[in-house]
Design a protein around this ligand. Structure first.
Ligand SMILES: Nc1ncnc2c1ncn2[C@@H]1O[C@H](COP(=O)(O)OP(=O)(O)O)[C@@H](O)[C@H]1O
Ligand SMILES: [Mg+2]
Length: 238
C-alpha cells in the first residue's frame, strides 16, 4: 500500500533554532498513528512542519502522491491536510457556527459548506444544539470537539491532532478518544495524533513513534511499544 503521508529526513525548526534532526515517518491510509514524547521533544514542531509552518532546512514532505515540501500551508489544506492545534485555537467571541465556517475557508462552494456543516453536526449533535453560543462558553470537552469539527470542515484526508486531551478530565479524554475512533471507522479519516498520555494513545493507535530531542527514538506497532524499555525510562522515571 502506498503511504498517505511520508516524511523523509526532516530537519526543521524556527529560524536559526533547529528542533527536528532527521525525522522519517510514514502514515498509511486508514491508520491512527500516535506521536508520543515528553514536553519540548518537538511534537508540535513536527505537525507544524507537515503543515508548512516552520523553517525546513532539509527533507521532504510527501502526501497523497504529491511532493508538498515547497507548498504553502493553505494549499496543503486544499490537498487534504488539517492540523487541530494545541490549545485548540478557537475564537472564543465567535459562535460555534462561525468557528466552524472558518474551518471551511478553502471551500468556495456555498452548498458544499452547508453539506460539511451538516456532516459535522451529525457527528457532534451537541455542537448543533450550541450552534449560536459563543465558543468561549463551551466546556473543555465541547471546545475540543469544536476544534476537531472545525478541522473536519475542510474534508481532510489526514487529520492531525495536537494533544487533544490537554487539560481535560479523564472521563472527557475517553470521550474525545471515542470520537477519534469513530472518525476512522465511519468517515475513513486517517489520523496523526500527538499525545503525552502514553497508555491511552497506545490503546487507540495502530502504530506509534516515540520522539525525544527532535529524533525518533523508537517506532512500531502499539502493542509492541507498550512494553518498551525506553517508554518506561522517559515517562516513569520522571
Ligand atoms: N515558535 C517557536 N520559536 C522558537 N522556538 C520554538 C517555537 N515553538 C517551539 N519552540 C522550541 O522548540 C522545541 C520543541 O517544541 P515543541 O515542538 O513545541 O515541543 P512539544 O510539542 O513536543 O512539547 C522547544 O525547545 C521549544 O522551546
Ligand atoms: Mg506541543
Amino acid at each position: 500500500m502506498e503511504p498517505l503521508l511520508e516524511l523523509k529526513n526532516i530537519h526543521a525548526g524556527y529560524g536559526e533554532f533547529r528542533v527536528l534532526h532527521g525525522v522519517d515517518m510514514v502514515v498509511n491510509p486508514g491508520e491512527i498513528v500516535a506521536v508520543i514524547g515528553p514536553n519540548g521533544a518537538g511534537k508540535t514542531t513536527l505537525l507544524k512542519t507537515i503543515m508548512g509552518l516552520t523553517t525546513l532546512y532539509e527533507g521532504r514532505v510527501l502526501f497523497n502522491k504529491h511532493d508538498l515540501t515547497k507548498t504553502s500551508p493553505d494549499r496543503r489544506v486544499k490537498a487534504g491536510l488539517v492540523l487541530v492545534p494545541e490549545g485548540r485555537g478557537l475564537f472564543p467571541n465567535l459562535t460555534v457556527r462561525e468557528n466552524l465556517l472558518l474551518g471551511a475557508y478553502t471551500i468556495n462552494s456555498r452548498s458544499e459548506v452547508e453539506e460539511r456543516l451538516k456532516t459535522v453536526y451529525e457527528l457532534f449533535p451537541r455542537l448543533k444544539e450550541r450552534e449560536n453560543q459563543r465558543a468561549g462558553s463551551l466546556s473543555g470537552g465541547e471546545a475540543q470537539m469544536l476544534a476537531i469539527a472545525r478541522g473536519l470542515m475542510s474534508n481532510p484526508k489526514l487529520l492531525m491532532l495536537d494533544e487533544p486531551s490537554l487539560g481535560l478530565a479523564p472521563k472527557i479524554v475517553a470521550e474525545v478518544f471515542e470520537v477519534i475512533k469513530k472518525l476512522r471507522v465511519e468517515k475513513n479519516i486517517t489520523i496523526l495524533l500527538v499525545e503525552q498520555h502514553v497508555k491511552e494513545s497506545l490503546e487507540l493507535a495502530d502504530r506509534a513513534y516515540i520522539i525525544q530531542g527532535g529524533r525518533i527514538i523508537a517506532s512500531g506497532k502499539s502493542e509492541e511499544l507498550r512494553n518498551l524499555e525506553e517508554l518506561r525510562r522517559i515517562y516513569l522515571a520522571v
